[in-house]
Design a protein around this ligand. Structure first.
Ligand code: BES
Ligand code: MN
Ligand code: ZN
Length: 498
């Protein structure tokens, strides 16, 4: 990904994308209107182009002194909202348009409110996200056209005079974060028969390991030695053995504490087990490992970007199947921590494997916890498909995670965890049940996880609605979204408030 400094006319590309906001007049980008022979003023006057979000207006460049033959204005809506969030989305939408037109070189001009470095990083993330290709098993599909080469165009004299080093770094950072998100999307898109727990562990180990993260894969024997009865309980129904992935990122010279512990749900396919799901839409449950993929791929990003914080990642992975030895409703499982769980519904498997995962992150010395999981349908009911649920304690830690997620472009919204919700998990026979009834389903799931957070600062992000797009949006094609990767990676750059 190239980064150039100067006016758009100097960029050597086939098409240059220019974010355009609703109150931008024809002269908003100097010399542009003249270079198009007045096309921009005309389109704005006739309201042919209104700069509504993702609206595209392509104009030829008549001026022979310009290096690009065409410009594409891409509508960004109201200027008040023209920060990194919309720039990232405009870059993806524009990048997808450039890819569709099979262009070789596409420029993106950084325009918006806020720090130029932040906007540049968002642009690099967005363009890279547009490169995602959801691999295909169609034997008749031709190989996809390679994505265009991207050039980020920064029109700033001050930045140029400083050599633009900060801006170039921001672009490189955005590139790595975008690539890491795409790797997580590839994993989530892989069908369950290809991406078994063993295969998931191998691929995640390669992705993180290649970036310099230390990786350890525990097999079913080692998992049993640790006493992880919850993970083993879920795995019982499958003939594929479970795995526990452990990632360690130790930047040289970083103090022992704080140690950020990331835990991701890694169910490579969720049939529901004996409490089997209905057939309708069950194929979607191949992405029930999206949280685990986010953990692995975020650790790749932080290692490549040399984040300052120490981080460990823990990803329990298994299938949830209704085999002859499967866990049954009423069965009682004993967690590695020693707490007992009455399994009411075998489809509430995510919280079980995460319970042992959170315990292991603590055992390895984590001082702060964040887990990411496609955990509950109830979260989709509450927040829909564009916002992840955010839960946890204490409020200062949750608030810090919320801020980081916001900046990373992962929409989250806080949900309450009042103590009274815990009553819904009371069991007659064990320490607690694994479900709490229909009411507040995403909250009782989080309350269950809280039992395994050992009182540490802990945040839980429920990505059941956001991990997969059912419908294409201009800035997000149908399929896996890579949600969480950028948030988790960015956390490794934070100084923790608690
Ligand atoms: N993986 C599902 C949650 C899910 C649902 C993710 C829809 C994405 C889309 C999870 O394991 C599950 O089955 N949860 C149950 C819990 C219930 C049995 C308490 C659910 O949400 O129905
Ligand atoms: Mn389930
Ligand atoms: Zn699940």
């Amino acid at each position: 990904m190239a980064c150039t400094f100067g006016p758009p006319g100097a960029a050597e590309v086939d098409l240059i994308l220019i974010p355009w906001y609703e109150d931008d007049g024809p002269a908003a980008v100097p010399a542009l209107d003249a270079a198009t022979g007045g096309e921009i003023a005309r389109a704005l006057n006739t309201r042919e182009f209104q700069a509504k979000p993702y609206e595209l207006f392509i104009a030829a460049i008549a001026d022979r002194s310009w290096r690009t033959r065409r410009v594409a204005l891409i509508g960004g809506g109201r200027r008040l909202e023209s920060g990194s969030e919309i720039v990232r989305k405009l870059a993806t939408a524009g990048g997808l348009a450039g890819r569709q037109r099979r262009l070789g070189r596409v420029g993106f001009m950084v325009r918006g409110q806020g720090e130029v470095a932040d906007l540049t990083q968002a642009a690099a993330e967005g363009l890279t996200l547009a490169e995602f290709h959801a691999g295909s098993y169609k034997t008749t599909d031709p190989a996809p056209a390679p994505p265009p080469g991207w050039t980020i165009v920064v029109d700033g004299d001050t930045e140029k005079s400083k050599g633009g080093e900060k801006i170039r770094e921001a672009a490189a950072r955005g590139r790595v974060l975008g690539e890491s998100s795409n790797l997580a999307r590839e994993l989530a898109n892989e069908p369950g028969n290809t991406l078994t727990p063993r295969e998931f562990a191998m691929r995640a180990a390669a992705i993180a390991g290649d970036a310099g993260v230390k990786v350890e894969i525990l097999d079913e024997r080692m998992i049993a030695e640790l006493g992880m009865g919850l993970l083993l309980g879920v795995a019982r129904g499958s003939s594929e053995p479970p795995r526990l992935m452990v990632f360690r990122y130790d930047p040289p010279g970083a103090p022992a504490k704080p140690l950020l512990g990331l835990v991701g749900k890694g169910i490579t396919f969720d049939t529901g087990g004996i409490s089997i799901k209905s057939a309708e839409g069950m194929e979607r449950m191949k992405d029930d490992m999206a949280g685990g993929a986010a953990v692995a791929c975020s650790m790749r990003a932080m290692a490549l970007l040399q984040a300052p914080q120490r981080v460990i990642g823990v990803v329990p992975t298994t299938e949830n199947m209704p085999g002859g030895r499967a866990v049954k409703p009423g069965d009682i499982l004993r967690s590695a921590e020693g707490k007992t769980v009455e399994v009411i519904n075998t489809d509430a498997e995510g919280r079980l494997v995460l319970g042992d995962g959170l315990w292991y992150a603590r055992k390895l010395g984590a001082t702060h916890l964040v887990d990411v999981a496609t955990l509950t349908g109830a979260c989709v009911v509450a927040l829909g498909k564009i916002t992840s649920g955010l839960f946890g304690a204490p409020p200062s830690w949750v608030e810090q995670v919320r801020r980081v997620a916001d900046r990373a472009g992962d929409r989250v919204w806080p949900m309450p965890l009042f103590d009274e919700y815990r009553d819904q998990l009371k069991s007659d026979i064990a320490d607690f049940m694994n479900t709490g009834g229909r009411a507040a389903g995403s909250i009782t799931a989080a309350m269950f996880l809280k039992e395994f957070s050992g009182g540490l600062p802990w945040a839980h992000i429920d990505i059941a609605g956001t991990a997969w797009a059912d419908e294409a949006k201009p800035y997000l094609p149908k399929g896996p979204s890579g949600v969480g990767v950028r948030t988790l990676a960015s956390l490794a750059f934070e100084e923790f408030d608690v």
